[in-house]
Design a binder for this molecule. Structure first.
Ligand code: KIV
Ligand code: ZN
Length: 387
């Protein structure tokens, strides 16, 4: 199976989530957990942003042993110098250069012509290669860049010495079909493309970051970027655990593997949530509290007969505790009877009918039915000898 590299930017793009600021110690702890998770490439920060960011990257660099470590830099010599300083103790350093390529960024933000963009990227990559064996070049806003120009940018980055070319959907504008086609064109037309690794980096403004990333993977990229829990600028980045589990669960379709230690996914999600203060929504795919919870009678009955009826991933695979059958107004007799057995009750048929009717009436009034509620209901209404 084809290997897909996983690039984590929780400590850089993830930290750009409004209101999030991580201390150096928290960054080191998250980076070490990312290593346990088996992440290939960790972007530890943006060294030129502040002396604090540079220092954090240095501390992370001292501790991370296996993963490639990156610092972001604009195509400015002073940014590159800051990244050199930040990564000097890294075992396997890589410079991450970014320059926008789309018409709207060229005209309003950079005030650069197409030729100036090519010249600036080339000079920065050549300068970066003096210090780093590995240089990733990101064409910011690639998905809104004219395709002919994007091919030229990619070709220029390759000839200047980039080892990875990353084509992001910076503002979450792409659709999966369009994004897949962009990578097909790049792969089939850019000379020397086979010499480098091709990557993507998506944002979730239209809720399509995971779908766009998977479309890029289906069209031959080597690396995808994202964050744990999908945190990041605006609506966030591609959620790494979603893509990882999609590749794992649908390896029949994608034929690709990441080598991620799946059983560390849940711990990593919880650690990032704790330090960023960004809670994980209950219905969040893979790591939400309800991702393996079942409430309706039909689903609970199916689950009790065979877990595969309603679960495509087992919670144990990602290191979460076991599936939950949640008792509520949609629950059926089968799950209710199981719950009674768990609590030590063995009612006869008639008692079960009475208890189940009382439980349904209670569930109409109360959202969360606790074990104590069931005990009270049984002890009030059903003879003690059922226990
Ligand atoms: O969203 C983006 O384009 C980025 C680049 C720096 C890769 O974060
Ligand atoms: Zn980004």
């Amino acid at each position: 199976m084809r290997k897909i590299y996983v690039f984590d930017t929780t400590l850089r793009d993830g930290e750009q989530s409004p209101g999030v600021s991580l201390t150096t110690e928290e960054k080191v702890e998250i980076a070490l957990q990312l290593e346990r998770l088996g992440i290939d490439r960790i972007e530890a920060g943006f060294a030129a942003t502040s002396p604090g960011d540079l220092q954090s990257i240095r501390e992370v660099a001292k501790r991370v042993k296996r993963a490639t470590l990156l610092s972001l830099a604009r195509c400015h010599m002073k940014d590159i110098d800051a990244a050199v300083e930040a990564l000097k103790e890294a075992e396997d350093p890589c410079l991450h250069l970014v320059l926008a390529t789309s018409p709207i960024h060229r005209e309003y933000k950079l005030r650069m012509s197409q030729d100036k963009v090519l010249e600036t990227a080339e000079a920065a990559i050549r300068y970066g290669r003096k210090f780093f064996d590995k240089v990733e070049f990101s064409a910011e806003d690639a998905s809104r860049t004219e395709i002919e120009f994007l091919c030229k940018v990619t070709a220029t980055a390759i000839s200047a010495g980039a080892t990875v070319v990353n084509l992001p959907d910076t503002v979450g504008f792409a659709t999966p079909d369009q994004f897949g086609a962009m990578f097909r064109t790049i792969k089939s037309t850019v000379p020397g493309i086979e010499k480098i690794q091709l990557s993507t980096h998506c944002h979730d403004d239209l809720g399509m970051a995971t779908a766009n990333t998977l479309a890029a993977i289906a069209n031959g990229i080597d690396q995808f970027e994202g964050t744990i829990n999908g945190i990041g600028e605006r609506a966030g980045n591609t959620c790494l655990e979603e893509v990882i589990m999609a590749l794992e669960t649908r390896s029949d379709f994608y034929g690709a593997q990441t080598g991620i230690v799946l059983s560390e996914i849940y711990n990593t999600s919880r650690l990032v949530s704790k330090y960023t203060g960004m809670s994980v929504p209950g219905n969040k795919a893979i790591v939400g509290a309800n991702a393996f919870a079942h409430e309706s009678g039909i689903h609970q009955d199916g689950m009790l007969k065979h877990r595969g009826t309603y679960e495509i991933i087992s919670p144990e695979t990602i290191g979460a505790s076991s599936s939950k059958l949640v008792l509520g107004k949609h629950s059926g007799r089968h799950a209710f009877k199981e719950k009674l057995a768990d609590l030590g009750y063995s009612p006869n048929e008639e008692q079960l009918n009475i208890a189940f009717a009382k439980f349904k009436a209670l569930a109409d009034r109360k959202k969360h039915i606790l074990s104590e509620d069931i005990r009270a209901l049984m002890d009030e209404n059903i003879a003690n000898e059922t226990k």
